[in-house]
Design a protein around this ligand. Structure first.
Ligand SMILES: [Zn+2]
Length: 440
């Protein structure tokens, strides 16, 4: 073993010398396994940050003794930062060549960018304040666009057309939506049917391991509406928050987003393709405040459109979910026209977060903004401000993530009329360490 390692080091140095002599200095080409020690250190650093930030480690199914060690050692933020900086320097000095395997290049970029984001999170935990845009770029590897009130007003005017009458639009909107709440005694049946429908459409295109499955739990007192807790071994626990009424459109949204082909499938494919097949241990941990989240949320949201392209969704819901929930199917088309209009207001949520986190508006004003421009009923707006308090610029991962993933899949030939290609590109994206800045 020793001899082989020495020989490999010698080859590395030799290549380095040859490159330097040619006057065209390029660090020696690395291969996938040479990154393994850095990957292992990365995992341990993410676990270490988790000791300072309870939301940071979203999933971990690597060696359990690494987690125990992180709890015992509790490395200081300063030490975490200097160790991460040194790993970044190592990665910078060993960049794979352009002709190297794409997965190896993606792995290298992934480790570097995830570590840079980890350093940014450590700086925030140490008391540094970043602006909304700086934070989004540092943590999620993407620059969120800005939108004006006038743009949202245009969408609101169209919504007025769908919901004519007197008084505030938000009141009419809320009153209209009342008829589309899933009764609580039917919630599980509707949700299970939605999961089956999402799964059926996903497994037609993506091969999943036979053991994959998840458990659904209903919870309260959370700032989010649904959450996937990946357990490893191709299993997830999906929690649905029942604090607020759950409308019929949320059944497919949550089933696709949290389950198929969203977070559950994403994690299952990462575990099978990267962790088990390639031995890439960094994929066995998921750092929440990191570029990986834009890919996770973006694919989970775009996954809804992939599973139910075009008019398929309304047709399915009219036929199956509305009757199961005891709702009138005749209204389904209009209901979804309205839902789609409110989706066009999703960037108003980012604007509220930007203004609030930059200190331009306070908490009640942020809630007012969400009611007015994002068409969120008051309790929902208040829940969303709580979410912004907890997760901050993470909000961009849902809508900007979805748009970036859609653009990437489309640019790779996965257009609306090329559904098979769409699934193929999407499936490959789910099973790779590609990051936001590599989507262009
Ligand atoms: Zn999500």
């Amino acid at each position: 073993m020793m001899r082989r390692t020495l020989w490999l080091s010698f080859l590395g140095i030799a290549t380095l010398v040859v490159s330097a002599c040619q006057g065209d200095f390029r660090p020696y080409a690395t291969d996938a396994t040479s990154m393994n020690p850095i990957a292992e250190s990365y995992v341990k650093l993410v676990l270490a940050v988790g000791q300072h930030d309870p939301d940071y480690v979203d999933a971990y199914y690597g060696p359990p003794e690494w987690k125990t060690a992180s709890e015992r050692q509790k490395i200081s933020l300063g030490d975490i930062r200097s160790q991460a900086d040194s790993l970044i320097a190592q990665l910078r000095s060993a960049v794979p060549a352009a002709e190297d395997d794409e997965m190896v290049r993606l792995r290298h970029q992934y480790l570097r960018r995830q570590l840079e984001a980890l350093v940014s999170r450590v700086r925030m935990l140490s008391g540094e304040t970043l602006s909304f845009d700086e934070e989004a770029k540092a943590l999620y590897d993407a620059v969120p666009p800005s939108h004006t009130e006038a743009e949202f007003q245009k969408v609101l005017a169209r919504l007025e057309g769908e919901l004519p009458g007197s008084g505030d639009l938000i009141d009419r909107y809320e009153a209209y939506k009342e008829d589309f709440v899933i009764p609580s005694d039917r919630l599980d049946a509707v949700f299970q049917a939605a999961i089956d429908a999402c799964r059926e459409r996903t497994v037609e295109h993506l091969t999943l391991p036979a053991e994959e499955k998840f458990r659904v739990e209903y919870v309260t007192d959370k700032s989010w509406s649904g959450y996937n807790w990946y357990q490893g071994g191709f299993r997830s626990v999906i929690q649905i928050n029942t604090d607020l009424p759950i409308y019929i459109d949320r059944a497919i949204d949550l089933a696709c987003h949290e389950g198929y082909p969203g977070h559950h499938v994403y994690n299952v494919l990462l575990e099978r393709e990267l962790v088990r097949d390639r031995g890439w241990v960094e994929a066995s941990i998921y750092a929440l405040f990191s570029p990986q989240s834009l890919i996770a949320e973006g694919t989970a949201n775009f996954g809804i459109e992939i599973a139910f392209p075009g008019e398929e969704r309304v047709a399915y819901e009219k036929d199956a979910l509305f009757p199961l929930a005891g709702l009138a199917p005749d209204e389904a088309e209009r209901y979804y026209r309205i839902v789609r209009l409110t989706e066009e207001l999703s960037y108003a949520g980012n604007e509220a977060a930007r203004r609030y986190l930059n200190g331009q508006i306070d908490r009640p004003q942020a809630a007012d903004w969400l009611v007015r421009y994002a068409m969120m009923p008051r309790p929902r707006a208040e829940q969303r401000v709580q979410f912004i308090d907890q997760y901050r610029s993470y909000v961009i991962n849902y809508n900007l993530g979805k748009d970036m993933v859609r653009d990437y899949v489309t640019a790779q030939g996965g257009t609306k009329d090329q559904l098979e290609r769409r699934w193929e590109v999407f499936g490959r994206l789910l099973a790779s360490p590609r990051l936001p800045s590599s989507l262009n």
